[in-house]
Write a protein of this length. Sequence first.
Length: 149
Amino acid sequence: MRISEICTRQVVDILPETSIREAAHRMRILHVGCLVVVEPPDGERVPIGILTDRDIVVSVVSPGIDADVLTVGDVMSQPLVTCGEHEDLFDALKRMRETGIRRLPVLDALGGLCGLLSADDVVSALSWHLRELSSALTSEQVREMAERV
């Protein structure tokens, strides 16, 4: 299974100079748990980091830092771990496990942001395949019972 088949294509991005308060506001109104930090050279969205709701809580809220004085670039997680849209799912899962992360920005052939692979995407895709397998097993049992009657 390829990353391109299961990743989320509607990715919310943000510039590194944006304030943490504005980033948190965007997360809230768009109902997302992360923003991919990009630099837009030549119009291509090139990811340079990722900002999660957890990053904001641990690095800004918990220590009591004013969310207006820090930028996304100050708090974002780096170095960024990514995957290519044509990579195999199990290679991406291995990368997620080895680095201890749950979200991977997905890059196109030119290195631009084209999606986001989350643990939720993986669970959803695998669940669908397991349901299909279960259905096949049930169909086989029904067919076998009908033939042997």
